[in-house]
Design a protein around this ligand. Structure first.
Ligand code: UDX
Length: 449
């Protein structure tokens, strides 16, 4: 099929690349001319595992093209995936102006029937507004538009893998024809009829992917409800960690045992600095805001958000207590990205920690395997190092902010020799307290003695 993707950010680029890999012809567009130029030159503007290989294959097969001409992209596809940003507004609600703008352009430029697919995360009832906008701005033309909501559940860092191996594909539709078209688009993934870049010898055929057809409102709610629930789980684990500290328990032992109950599950119970990134923080804010506009007070979600914000305070309390005086101390920060395997620093707990350290007068030396470039742009007063051992040299404390494997596997015996003081404050519970004590470190983490 011929598909268009509007917006070449994380979601749009991964969607476009993977749909091309699945056999479709895809045209991607973005208003950022620099980004399109880079893509046209064979570059990849974001770091995402396997994305370079998938894009290179699609390019070689002539199945993907890029343009800054939105009208050209709109006219290209039978289905148009809207993947533009929905950033938070001051009050936490989602800013839908980019979606509105694109909808108006689609209405004005389309020359054939289109299935308009909202892929960006949006509050419930956006699809209905999308239908109204398409009708209002097509000025009586005879072209028909259908709308579908197709939320993404991609984790940054494993987005390509997740696209090819989803737990479920959710499509909220306004007609049977739209549902059929969406099923056709995802057929190669549902039937696993291609070799993805991840499993070069063929993808596992089990478990079968659930293809769920719902109303548009339900599909939109599924996305917000899923992300919010995961955020609740993390904040719950973090409160348990605080309790463990007061009551001499071990949060790793507690959450592990909890998770073995299949009704709870082991994932997303990792205590530490809390969640960041461009999804959870903004999605839960938008969900709280949406709920309040319809008179539903989402108290538990507000609590989860508050707990998450307070993780930075808890961490800084540990740092201050351990260092006594923070002012003038040289500290090494391991990690800038909001989680491992991504270069994304948006709403990253590490960035909040660094800002607090700078406010308190510390000299900050930071490292990250992928996020240095982004961080350098927003943190002018930080010393950046590619080599973690260099970042830790002569420091009075090592602060672990992101759970990169490279930090987990760091040779602490080596690092410790060059540090001014053997102190680690670990915001991601990466190491065994016993092992760190054996190596002669003063070691602090979350919810463990
Ligand atoms: C998330 C959802 O997982 C995905 O389905 C959705 O489509 C987009 O939002 P992502 O933002 O990439 O994906 O991050 P995710 O891997 O879910 O982690 C979010 C944050 O939670 C990270 O900062 C991570 O460090 C933190 N986290 C995660 C914890 O603090 N504890 C955990 O147990 C799990």
């Amino acid at each position: 099929m011929r598909l268009s993707v509007i917006g070449c950010g994380y979601v749009g680029l991964v969607t476009g690349a993977c749909l091309a890999e699945a056999g479709h012809e895809v045209m991607c567009t973005d208003i950022d001319a620099e980004r399109i130029a880079k893509l046209n030159a064979g570059g990849v503007p974001i770091y995402e595992e396997h994305l370079d290989e998938v894009l290179a294959t699609a390019r070689k097969n002539g199945r993907i093209s890029y343009t800054t001409d939105t009208a050209e992209a709109i006219q290209f596809g039978d289905a148009i995936f809207i993947c533009v940003g929905t950033p938070p507004r001051e009050d936490g609600s989602a800013d839908l102006s980019a979606i509105d703008h694109v909808a108006q352009q689609i209405a004005a430029e389309a020359k054939s029937p289109k299935l308009v697919v909202e892929k960006s995360t949006v509050p419930a009832r956006t699809g209905l507004e999308l239908q109204r906008t398409l009708a209002a701005y097509s000025k009586g033309s005879s072209i028909t538009f259908s709308v579908a909501s197709n939320p993404e559940f991609l984790r940054e860092g494993t987005a390509v893998y997740d696209f090819f191996h989803p737990d479920r594909i959710v499509v909220g539709v306004d007609s049977d024809a739209a549902a059929e078209m969406m099923r056709e688009i995802y057929k190669p993934i549902l039937e696993r009829k291609f070799k993805c870049q991840v499993h070069k010898n063929g993808c596992p055929t089990e478990p079968k992917v659930e293809f769920l057809v719902t109303t548009i409102n339900s599909a939109e709610l599924i996305k917000h409800a899923s992300n919010s629930f995961l955020a609740l789980k993390i904040s719950y684990a973090n409160v348990i960690a605080d309790l463990c500290e007061k009551l001499e328990g071990d949060v790793e032992q507690v959450t592990h045992a909890m998770g073995l109950d299949p009704r709870i599950g082991t994932q997303f119970l990792k205590a530490g600095l809390g969640f960041g990134g461009f999804c959870f923080p903004k999605d839960i804010q938008a969900f709280i805001q949406l709920s309040s506009t319809v008179g539903v007070d989402f108290e538990i979600l507000k609590a989860a958000e508050r707990v998450n914000k307070e993780r930075i305070d808890r961490f800084m309390e540990k740092v201050s207590k351990a260092l006594w005086v923070v002012k003038g101390k040289r500290v090494g920060v391991l990690g800038l990205a909001f989680k491992a395997n991504t270069d994304d620093i948006r709403f990253s707990p590490a960035i909040y920690v660094i800002r607090r350290l700078l406010e308190e007068g510390a000299e900050v030396h930071a490292t990250d395997p992928e996020a240095l470039g982004h961080a350098q742009k927003i943190l002018p007063n930080v010393h950046f190092h590619e080599d973690p051992y260099e970042a830790l040299r002569d420091t009075h404390a090592a602060l672990v902010c992101t759970e990169w494997a490279a930090f987990k596997n760091l040779d602490w015996e080596r690092a410790g020799k060059s540090m001014a003081r053997k102190l680690i404050v670990d915001g991601r519970n990466l190491y065994s307290p016993k092992r760190m004590a054996e190596l002669g470190f003063e070691y602090h983490s979350f919810g463990r003695s």
